[in-house]
Design a protein around this ligand. Structure first.
Ligand code: SF4
Length: 140
């Protein structure tokens, strides 16, 4: 089972190989492979614990401190909680990957994406956009 914070459901779908460090990128690539690049049967078997705190992605991130994410004084926790509500997901709950991705696909809107992502550095660098995200979720 993998711990995954809610907003990483969007980051992992749009991941393009850039990151905070080499170790971060290697780990993120592993998460993307595990979550996205697997068969439907694997997605039905694999499980995610959805969280609003440090997760598998954060574990290799230089921004992670003992007090949580150092970016924006850990306001990222609020971002996870708001996104979970918008997508009708629950934190501290275990989901099969297949069901989790399907639920995001069903509930995701451009407004939800913009609200969650528009203040992020990667968004401001032009690496993330709703059409790419929606297309990825349409393909599951
Ligand atoms: S520690 Fe912060 S910047 Fe790093 S992956 Fe986690 S949420 Fe993102």
């Amino acid at each position: 089972m993998m711990r995954l914070r809610v907003h990483h459901l969007l980051c992992s779908a749009l991941y393009a190989g850039r990151g905070y460090s080499e170790a971060f990128c290697e780990n993120m690539q592993h998460v993307v492979e595990w979550l996205w690049n697997s068969s439907y049967a694997q997605k039905k078997e694999r499980q995610v614990m959805l969280v609003s705190g440090p997760d598998q992605v954060c574990s290799a991130c230089p921004n992670l401190t003992a007090d949580g994410c150092s970016l924006e004084d850990d306001q990222v926790v609020g971002k996870d909680i708001r996104l979970a509500q918008a997508l009708q997901l629950e934190t501290q709950k275990v989901y099969a990957v297949s069901g989790l991705l399907a639920q995001v696909s069903q509930n995701l809107t451009e407004d939800i994406f913009e609200t969650s992502c528009k203040k992020c550095d990667w968004y401001e660098m032009g690496l993330c956009d709703y059409e790419k995200l929606a297309q990825k979720y349409r393909q599951i």
